[in-house]
Design a protein around this ligand. Sequence first.
Ligand code: C2E
Ligand code: CA
Ligand code: CA
Length: 402
Amino acid sequence: MALASSEDSAGRLLVVDDEAVPRLIVARAAATLGIASDGAASLAEAVARVQAVAYDVVVLDLGLRDHDGIELLRSLRQAGSDAVLVFVSGFDERVRQAAARLAAALGLRVAGTLGKPLLVERLVALLRALPERTRARNAEDGAEIDPALLEAGIEGDEIVCLFQPKVTLRERRLVGVEVLTRWRSPVLGLVRPDLFIPLAERAGLIDRLTQHVMTQALALFRPWHAERPELTLAINLSPVSLTDLSLPERICNALAESGVPAAALVLEVTEGAVMGDHVAAADILTRLRIRGIKLSIDDFGTGHSSLLSLLHLPFSELKIDQRFVATCLHDPEAPKIIRAIVSLARELGLQLVAEGIETEPVAELLTRLGCPVGQGYLFAPPLSHAVLAGRLRAAAWAEGVA
Ligand code: C2E
Ligand code: CA
Ligand code: CA
């Protein structure tokens, strides 16, 4: 059912419902706002559609005949979808809220939930907010930025490395730094990584960017490491790079040229990334680990890795996602999740780092829950090389004071 053409429409919507009437109501409501829509009557049909089309919004009935609609969330996540979700169901509000929380935990955005029978006005109100969301998302994605500008920026040394300290939560001793990049563009000003990294991935520039970041960061890190051999350097790896089988060789060459030992390097990959092309990712990660490089699972708790896949991949560190950290004082579920992650890390012999620690009470709670290392604005924001070098000289962290 396509009620508006997707060319110059205000977005594209998928409605998943096994009943024809609600599908029609949603499609009509969308059409009044100029939103093109497709319908799917089953989970299989919906999965096929989200794999083929980048939807802006998915209206999902949680009570499909043979399945719960929740399974589609995983497919959306796997397809890298950025769709905004609207849940519809005849169940009570608590069920819809639980589904919304699950979606958020999977990194999906939820616009709202609707009961059945559908209230058309409420649906239209939700959909009306969509063009703004779509526009905002495109700007966020850096869709407006010309890839040639980024390419010139990479070649012209405009990508700079900042370093955010990782400290022990009890003594506040510096144990390592994570490289967080910024693009200092003479045209655009300072560009955040969540804008230009996805652009680099889409434009096929990510490998050159990673190479550049790695060379720069290793060279800056080398003198610190010479003085404090216990320090580690963490670099973020794009999931896109985990399909490139020449990656381990290139990283080892960069290490050899820098003189930094493999054991001082930590590569952070997001949990979801590893689940994509499983075989290639496992191949690359295993080869990196064999060379002595440490591997960290970033944003842990937001993906949907099974314990088995965790056990099968040679990770050495696990980073609790900011979302659990930020909410741990207010959401009664968050400390339980953190406690479970702490014991999982212990059982598997993984280092554990909590990221996004902004306040002292959060640091205290995490310490009590058994998390040894943390990162966040409480200790330091991402710092320039010069500022961090100054602090290291002043031995601020050597004394155990951040
Ligand atoms: P990430 O790896 O999860 O990095 C943590 C993000 O949280 C960073 O955002 C950091 O500046 C921010 N942050 C640190 N402490 C706090 C805190 O206490 N509170 C809050 N609210 N935020 C905090 P940033 O620097 O904007 O980087 C965003 C993402 O971009 C990173 O997320 C990482 O996935 C990606 N990224 C950054 N540099 C690179 C890179 O060189 N290569 C690749 N592939 N990705 C990168
Ligand atoms: Ca990271
Ligand atoms: Ca993270």
